[in-house]
Design a protein around this ligand. Sequence first.
Ligand code: MLT
Length: 404
Amino acid sequence: MYKINTNYQKLPGSYLFSNIAKKVAAFQEANPDKEIIRLGIGDVTRPLTNSVIDALHKAVDEMGDADTFRGYAPDLGYDFLRDAICKWDYVRRGCDIAADEIFVSDGAKSDSGNIQELFATDNKIAVCDPVYPVYVDSNVMGGRCGNYDSTLEKWSDIIYMPTTAENGFVPEFPKETPDIIYLCFPNNPTGTTITKAQLQEWVDYANKNGCLIIYDAAYEAYISEEDVAHSIYECEGAKTCAIEIRSFSKNAGFTGVRLGFTVVPKELKCDGVSLHDMWARRHGTKFNGAPYIIQRAGEAVYSEAGQKEVQELVGYYMNNAKTIREGLKDAGLEVYGGVNAPYIWMKTPDKMTSWEFFDYLLENACVVGTPGSGFGPSGEHYFRLTAFGTLENSKKALERIKNL
Ligand code: MLT
């Protein structure tokens, strides 16, 4: 008889955002007349930009003509896109990354969930707490996290690095040395970040202790401060200890289009074994490449007009971030983030738990946010609002919150 991967049985409840979607749907069904403002999941609301739409139309036409039709895409990505990424995201920022170290995929969520397949089950992983749930859940599926303690809301074999207001949202080096460290800056969910000098300390720590850093830079386009690194490869020595994951979802609004990439430098080796070769082998076996049409759309993001449009999109969402941040502050709330990231992280009022505040806000203001505890135990008593809504809804949500 066949056997299932029992690690799945260990996962508590459903995926955070599925859980929230179900709760909101139930509320809407019970209150059909209420207008709900959704500032929960970090999903974009602005349409795709002109350059992207033009590139999509052109690529669709090419697919309808026998002379320009394309079948399977190269499994690691088309050169036109890998070259554009290399030039704009790395060479321009002084990072010594080659185009063939960039692996194009259908998004950062898939890559951050799949990357753990390269590593043995007895690796000890460390995560910031709170954290984007995919890193933990995918490692649970891979059998790397031990058992879940529902009282502590922690996995027995994970090293948690609290990032809270008390330490300025900067993770400290853990007492026990991990093998694999997940870092995400600018951070989801806290909307905060660390300086390039602080990131350099993590790179030095990883090289010294033989750790691997999996660096999620999905929100790099939102960096507004000079001393923050856009890529971990801006730090010296990162090519021997870090993999970087990037997305087109947040900068160019591709959440429904799906495109991302992962950088695995050739110098990154574990006991002489190349992680670049391993990831290429995995991609070749399990992935047939992101669609041609979508990769052409991705290429358009790097055109001069495309880059300008990205700046406009980011500017639009960051104006929402400012509106939400300042509005919450005016309402007397303790607020963090929203300067280098499209997330605002607030302390719940009156010592409410994160889920109590979620229900309170939904029932009394019809505003949806994300409970901080859903991202890890240190997220308790915090709450996340996203700046990815419309300006009108962001303002309206703030009015409702102020009137509570
Ligand atoms: C979030 O809300 O944390 C993100 O939208 C989730 C994601 O990007 O997968």
